[in-house]
Design a protein around this ligand. Structure first.
Ligand code: BGC
Length: 719
């Protein structure tokens, strides 16, 4: 009998339920969720997992209680939301998605894991993989953007990064793919609201990143708070056990979201904690986070025969297996043994700086005002987000509370010197006073260029941060309009740096500014990253992972829509369009300028005909006719024009990248496995349908800017 079975054989019911319980050490003392002192519970073996603590010494002490003072000596599993960095923050995930850089996605996750493991942690509640097509939803900031294929690539890169090659390594974290599934499709973009989507959309759009995470070996999965067509995900046996475990062969741990088991009562499918606990356990949820429903409810549920001891033990087995895989039984103190050295921390900061710059999307750069020329002697840095260090963290910042990120102002003053950078906030982000605008305007006359730092505060995206208005909050619009007007009179360029956890709806601002950078929330090195980019030390290379709306009424907005029987036609009223706004986004998915001027030509798609097991090679020439170097991203889309099921107008299938000096040209080569052209047929099963598929290559998801080729999908040769 192995260790796990021996342990299970010795465990009391209370100890088993302890292994299925995760609680925050602090809350355990003060309520409102778990009652009693966590110290005693850990010693009694009735709390087996913790969240929301970190720090090598603290973790070691709690671990010591479990290992040395509990009857069975089972180590604790300790997790935290290390979503985009631990102490060192990288850009928010939506910003990282914009880098279209799989190496970077992995690298930042690896670094976050190393740093968090040095703080004693063994699990991160990340990556967040919810595809989001509705900018109102605040949690889009934590995720991969609007595209399922992109989300899947991010999923595998992040899982590999967090977990490393060996989960038992002292610097590996167990990753938790969340929130399974379709959380991004909440009604009207309102957080925690109900979800009701078709099975096709579920499997085509929301499932692929989870399937990719499972294929990459993710250790755990967290069900979403939300329901899907009336069945809360925390009790969704068909999707947790049926799909995730049986279809995708996921054999890891399912950990509930915060109090989600208890919330089954509010969802209206459980009368009490016992029923809620039974529903969750029977659906496949192994660990109850923060509801204390398993400890309080499962003994009753057992008596009522709603659950079996075998089911409880199956979950205990999975939790213990994860602890074994993490090496916790061998050496429970392996994480957090050695403090990190200063050079290691400094190297991580450099990575954060590079990542911050790569995440920035240059939406506009009229007259090539950027990068700022040396002739700019004085810069006016205006706006409430210019000197807003804490805001640069974005909505999730794990353990970075004590570290001050570099503000835009600090970064620029560091680069240019104090005297060359003037600053006035003008207004606060969400206050009504406009009394500071006048002094902000005064700076315009004394500077050669104006940097306007506006947008959302960090708390305006993330969890429980849906917004119905996606403009600039507070009095930032009057400030921006006054600055733009003054700059026009003075003939000074205005560069807008937009901070947000989503695409904002600010067409007026984008229209009037000379240049606009979507900086998201760049993290610890924000000001330095932005400085590097606007001073031209680094060229912009980010591409937006979400479509930017012109009007709030356009959302949900995404490029991968299916065709209409009445496609938009300006000359024909009875077509699919708005009367009062264009149906096109302001900026399509994939849009992002560089300091170069790249053009694409000579698309080659070979071979002309493929069967299911072949690979297509796609080559395109790229020439940089601009005066500066550029890192150009080229997107590969497919379009199946005639199939048994209407297919999206464009589907992302790949991307490539090339660095070109001024005047240089080169070729980007991309490969597409014909398998990737399968889709879910009439019966929702994958099919490879013979026929013609368009291959479209270009700088973004704007159909009019794509080069087109075709391939024939051929039936398998007859045996
Ligand atoms: C969030 C999760 C997070 C958990 C633990 C919840 O409110 O939905 O994403 O992992 O809290 O902090």
């Amino acid at each position: 009998m192995n260790r796990i079975e021996r342990l299970i054989g010795k465990m009391s019911l209370a100890e088993k339920l302890g292994q299925l319980t995760m609680t925050a050490a602090d809350y355990a003392v003060t309520g409102p969720f778990a009652a009693g002192d966590s110290t005693e519970a850990i010693k009694a073996g009735t709390i087996g997992n913790l969240l929301n603590i970190f720090g090598a010494d603290r973790v070691r002490e709690l671990q010591r209680l479990a290992v040395e003072e509990s009857r069975l000596g089972i180590p604790l599993l300790i997790g935290l939301d290390v979503v985009h960095g631990h102490r060192t923050l990288f850009p928010i995930p939506l910003g990282e998605a914009a880098t279209f850089d799989p190496r970077l996605w992995s690298l930042t996750a690896r670094e976050a894991a190393v740093e968090a493991a040095a703080d004693g942690l063994a699990m991160t509640f990340a990556p967040m993989l919810d595809v989001s097509r509705d900018a109102r939803w605040g949690r889009g900031a934590e995720g991969p953007g609007e595209d399922p294929w992109l989300a899947a690539r991010i999923a595998e890169a992040k899982v590999r990064g967090f977990q490393g090659a060996d989960l038992a390594a002292p610097d590996a974290l167990a990753a938790v793919a969340k929130h399974y599934c379709a959380y991004g499709a909440v009604t009207a973009g309102r957080d925690y609201a109900s979800v009701d989507i078709s099975e096709r959309t579920l499997h085509e759009v929301h499932m692929p990143p989870f399937a990719a995470a499972v294929a990459a070996g993710v250790a755990a999965v967290m069900p979403a708070f939300t329901d899907l067509a009336g069945i809360p995900m925390t009790a969704n046996g068909a999707l947790l056990t049926g799909w995730l475990r049986r279809r995708l062969n996921f054999d890891g741990v399912i950990v509930s979201d915060f109090n989600a088991v208890g919330e089954l009562i509010r969802h209206g499918i459980a009368a009490d904690l016992a029923q809620a606990a039974a529903l969750a356990l029977n659906a496949g949820v192994d660990i109850d986070m923060m509801a204390d429903a398993y400890r309080r409810g499962l003994p009753i549920a057992l008596e009522r025969r709603w659950v079996t001891m075998a089911d409880i033990e199956a979950s205990v087995r999975r939790v213990l297996s994860l602890k074994v895989r993490l090496g916790l039984f061998e050496d429970p103190y392996r994480r957090g043994k050695t403090p990190e050295s200063a050079p290691v921390i400094a190297a991580r900061r450099r990575l954060a700086r590079a990542a911050g710059a790569r995440a920035i999307v240059m939406l506009k750069n009229d007259g090539a005002v950027l990068p700022l020329p040396d002739s700019v002697r004085r810069l006016a840095v205006i706006g409430p987000l210019a000197d807003a260090s804490a805001e640069m963290r974005g909505p999730w910042w794990a353990a970075a509370g004590s570290e001050e990120p570099v503000s835009v102002l600090a970064g620029l003053r560091g680069m240019l010197g104090e005297s060359r950078v003037l600053h006035q906030p003008g207004v606060e982000i969400d206050a009504e006073s406009v009394s500071g605008i006048a002094s902000a305007l005064e700076l315009c006359a004394h500077s050669d260029a104006i940097l306007l730092c506006v947008g959302e505060s960090a708390a305006m995206s993330g969890e429980a941060a849906s917004r119905a208005h996606l403009g600039l909050p507070g009095r930032q619009r009057p400030l921006a309009e006054a600055v733009l007007e003054r700059a026009r009179v003075l003939r000074k360029p205005v560069i807008v740096i937009l901070f947000s956890g989503r695409a904002l709806v600010v067409p007026w601002l984008i229209e009037q500014a000379d240049a606009v950078l979507a900086a998201w929330f760049p993290g610890s090195e924000a000001g330095n990253a932005i400085g590097d980019l606007i001073m031209g030390r680094i060229g912009p290379s980010g591409r937006t992972p979400v479509s930017w709306p012109r009007a709030i009424g356009q959302v949900p907005l995404f490029y991968g829509q299916r065709p209409s029987g009445r496609p938009a036609d300006p000359k024909d009223r009875f077509t699919s369009k708005y009367l009062d706004a264009s149906d096109a986004p302001l900026f399509p998915f994939g849009h992002g300028l560089t300091y170069g001027e790249c053009t694409l030509s000579n698309l080659r798609v070979t071979p002309e005909s493929v069967t299911e097991h072949d690979t297509v090679e796609i080559r395109v020439d790229v020439a940089n006719g601009g005066a500066r170097g550029a890192e150009e991203t080229v997107f590969l889309f497919a379009r199946d024009k005639l199939a048994s099921v209407a297919r999206p107008l464009l589907e992302l299938k790949g991307f490539g990248r090339i660095h070109l000096d001024p005047g240089q040209s080169g070729t980007v080569t991309m490969f597409l496995a014909a398998q990737e052209l399968k889709f879910l047929g009439l019966d929702l099963q994958p099919v490879f349908e013979p026929g013609e598929v368009e291959i479209l290559v270009g700088p973004c998801a704007d159909r009019s800017r794509l080069l087109a080729g075709t391939i024939q999908l051929a039936p398998p040769p007859r045996a």
